[in-house]
Design a binder for this molecule. Structure first.
Ligand code: RIB
Ligand code: CA
Length: 313
């Protein structure tokens, strides 16, 4: 049985790779995409989500969501990483479709309520849409099947600050709410995504296998790859957002640990995810106050990267 999912995203080069998997994989039933600012502004995110679905020949609802963080001012979009258009500044075809008239939060609430116990919420951008959905209808906590979040870092350190990962840093207030809501949650963070590298050889296979969609994936990858070479010295890119789908479909490739998660909302540690393993007593009991969640701490990075390429080749 395919997994029914809502994919919450800020496309974004690595988001686009993940969206392609969600659109193509036979074990995924993509119920809709919800969009957020993050790698780009939310209007561009919506445009890109619609475009990627059209290039794959799919009609998928796309509901636009958060344009800014819940509380703090918005950080500038990282145009040097994803391009000003989110897809490596390549020329893009026109989009024909229109977004769903509902807000992202309303779309999430309606879809989860229509299929209680079935829907996986997968978020690979700042998580304001999930926080807004919780505000709209807290009862969805008991109705989602699970929540999978690409974000955070436990041992790896951050990619925006020494301790904070981008999706958490972009809206730490929303992240604190969503990560401690008490729903079944798995965090797929930099501890595993930094172990995965999508190489030029992988991308050549993906480009050959994906037609018009493959051209966009390969063109945007070329831009993103330059960033990774400059900043991490690797030839390829970390396919962060695809790792969340890999965890859903190939969990045996990951090592997870259960425990309590908190998010620092201000100060130098803003956006840091802090993990207290289950059963480990701390003198300060507050570190064990939040509901238990699962966090990915280990991965077979080569197998995940090969799986991404095999899925799209
Ligand atoms: O830190 C990685 C995350 O932030 C990914 O979701 C990527 O798209 C970036 O914006
Ligand atoms: Ca993303």
């Amino acid at each position: 049985m395919p997994h029914p999912i809502i994919f919450d995203t800020d496309p974004g080069v690595d988001d686009a790779q993940a969206i392609a998997i969600a659109l193509r994989h036979p074990d995924i039933e993509l119920l809709g995409m919800t969009t957020t600012y993050g790698n780009v502004d939310v209007e561009t995110a919506t445009h890109n989500a619609l475009l990627l679905a059209e290039l794959a020949g799919r009609e998928i609802p796309v509901a636009q969501g958060a344009a800014a963080p819940m509380v703090k001012p918005r950080h500038p979009a990282p145009a040097h990483i994803h391009g000003a258009n989110g897809l490596g500044n390549i020329e893009l075809p026109a989009v024909r479709g229109r977004p769903d008239p509902r807000s992202a939060a309303q779309f999430i609430v309606d879809t989860v309520n229509a299929r209680p116990g079935e829907v996986t919420l997968m978020a690979v951008g700042p998580v304001g849409n999930l926080a807004a959905a919780l505000q709209l209808d807290p009862a969805i906590i008991d109705k989602v099947k699970q929540v999978v979040i690409m974000g955070g870092s436990v041992r790896e350190g951050g990619n925006v600050t020494p301790v904070a990962e981008a999706n958490m840093f972009n809206d730490p207030d929303a992240a604190a709410r969503v990560l401690t809501a008490g729903w079944p949650l798995t965090l797929v963070g930099l501890d595993v995504t930094h172990r995965c590298v999508l190489t030029p050889a992988h991308m050549a296979r993906i480009e050959a296998g994906q037609g018009a969609l493959g051209e966009v994936l390969a063109g945007s990858y070329a831009f993103y790859r330059d960033f990774y070479y400059e900043f991490l010295g690797i030839d390829g890119c970390c396919p962060h957002d695809s790792c969340a789908l890999a965890w859903l479909l190939r969990p045996e490739l990951f090592i997870t640990s259960r425990g309590h998660l908190t998010v620092a909302m201000s100060g130098d540690a803003e956006g840091q995810t802090i993990f207290a393993p289950e059963g480990r007593a701390f003198i300060e009991a507050r570190w064990s106050r939040t509901p238990l969640v699962d966090v990915c701490l280990g991965v077979d990075g080569k197998a995940v990267s090969d799986w991404i390429a095999d899925t799209l080749a």
